[in-house]
Design a binder for this molecule. Structure first.
Ligand code: ADP
Ligand code: MG
Length: 454
């Protein structure tokens, strides 16, 4: 893991970065804006060793192109700005996930105005054990922003309702406190807008726009991983909001501690309010969600059919909704009746891979057992031997994470154990994973075996 962040504590880097920004401003007018965005904007100075400045470029193509065509001009501009005789070395930056495109993106953060956003409310969010805490946190924030949980940090896998909750906060406030201004922005937009503002010397405007809001909802914050400058900006805006007692809500696809290559100070800020996870919902909740969505579409579905879809389409709610939409569309196109037979037909033709690969309890026990060379009957049995207990704990961890079964149900599956021992096992492995690199790797490898289709 490359750990590269030092905000404004490192004077050499700070100086380098501001010289870099000025050098870029010099070069910008010498080319078209499309060229600039494509070739220069994605570059960023990374570190300095003696008189060599290392500049990261996302992608091998860009590295070669700059080396061939542009390095001398960059070097000259940077030498003048630093007033030193440095050399520039272009290096591949591997952890930058995407190249940021900065054309035609406004400087101001976007406020929720998308026409679909009204659909996402607290009223149509189905609450179950897997999302109860996140729901309660979001609701409390919408009722009394800035009071209780600030920041609220919601994390969980894709399609489990994070964006839904952010929109619900925004809609609730629109309805009950129309005087409060809300900014919703995805972290990706934040990065793009910020870079754009930097490029055009409008960082002040960017800040003013953002900070004039009373509540700030930042979606998918994992996107800032490895983006030093944006993290620094986020850090300062965060402090400004919190200092003024204004509410902030973040969502992310993983817990704050798992946001690698993110400055430690920022990570600890994420954790200083309420951190709430959303797990995959259990079958009952999924069934209730299907029922609710069908009602929203004006279709009355039998409980049996809802339960069937909930069972058969694993993973996120988005794909479950997709299956339902398909079912409804097919029935209305062919003027067929929606019955179990039609549902089976659709699932079998459209989701043929899901069923056999769906991680179920047995599969988890089997894979974990063979990984640690422990028998199934021992995993589910009473033995207290350390290696067996460890394998058992790992099974509990995955069973909870991947099947979404309730603690009580899990206890029953593991030879009628008490539900608190399940919680304890789960926490133990989560804590271990947070501290220990080896456990992290072990869990990742195992998860790939258990659910190869994800
Ligand atoms: P995420 O942002 O976590 O990837 P979304 O909020 O976009 O997920 O949710 C994906 C879809 O699933 C949306 O249509 C949302 O309305 C729906 N959904 C997720 N969880 C629930 C829930 N508990 N009740 C109702 N709908 C849900
Ligand atoms: Mg989302």
């Amino acid at each position: 893991m490359e750990y590269q962040l030092t905000f404004d504590d490192d004077p050499v880097l700070v100086r380098l970065r501001s010289a870099w920004d000025r050098a870029m401003m010099r070069l910008e007018p010498t080319m078209t804006s499309a060229q600039y965005s494509r070739f220069l904007a994605p570059l960023a100075p990374k570190r300095r060793e003696d008189n060599v400045v290392f500049v990261g470029a996302p992608g091998q193509f860009l590295v070669s192109w700059i080396k061939k065509n542009f390095i001398t001009r960059i070097q000259e501009a940077l030498r003048e700005e630093l007033g030193e005789d440095i050399e520039v070395e272009i290096v591949l930056e591997s952890n930058q996930r995407t190249m940021v495109s900065v054309q035609s993106i406004p400087v101001a953060p976007t406020v929720t105005d998308d026409k679909y956003s009204d659909r996402f409310t607290f009223e149509n969010f189905v609450v179950g054990q897997s999302n109860r805490l996140a729901y309660a946190g979001a609701y409390s924030v919408a009722e009394e922003p800035g009071k209780k949980y600030n920041p609220l940090f919601i994390y969980g896998g894709s399609g489990l309702g994070k964006t839904h909750l952010l929109y619900a906060i925004s809609n609730h406030l629109k309805k009950h406190h129309s005087d409060i201004s809300v900014v919703y922005i995805t972290a990706q937009q934040f990065v793009e807008n910020f870079i754009n503002a930097l490029q055009h010397g409008r960082v002040d405007l960017f800040r003013r726009n953002l900070r004039s809001a009373d509540i700030w909802l930042l979606d998918d914050v994992q996107f800032i991983v490895g983006k030093d400058k944006t993290q620094e900006e986020l850090f300062h805006s965060f402090n400004q909001f919190q200092g003024a007692g204004k509410q902030i809500v973040f969502t992310s696809d993983c817990a704050p501690r798992d946001l690698y290559a993110t400055d430690e100070r920022l990570r600890s800020r994420f954790e200083c309010g309420l951190v709430a996870d959303i797990m995959p919902p259990d079958t009952e909740t999924r069934t209730a969600i299907v029922l609710r969505k069908a009602e929203e579409e004006g279709v009355q579905l039998d409980h049996e059919i809802c339960a069937y879809l909930a069972e058969q389409v694993p993973g996120n709610i988005r794909s479950l909704e997709g299956a339902l939409t398909k079912l409804i569309a097919r029935a209305s196109l062919n003027e067929e009746k929606i019955d179990l037979e039609l549902a089976e037909k659709i699932i079998q033709s459209d989701y043929p891979l899901f069923a056999p690969l769906k991680p179920n309890f047995d599969r988890i026990v089997e894979e974990v057992g063979s990984f640690f060379d422990v028998l199934r009957k021992d995993i589910l049995g009473p033995s207290r031997k350390a290696d067996i207990v460890h394998a058992r704990h790992i099974c509990v961890y995955f069973a909870r994470k991947l099947t979404g079964d309730s603690w009580k149900r899990l206890g029953e599956r593991f030879g009628n154990r008490d539900h608190t021992s399940m919680i304890h096992a789960y926490q133990k492995i989560s804590e271990l994973a947070a501290k220990d690199l080896e456990t992290q790797t072990e869990l990742r490898n195992l998860e790939r075996k258990i659910s190869p289709n994800s």
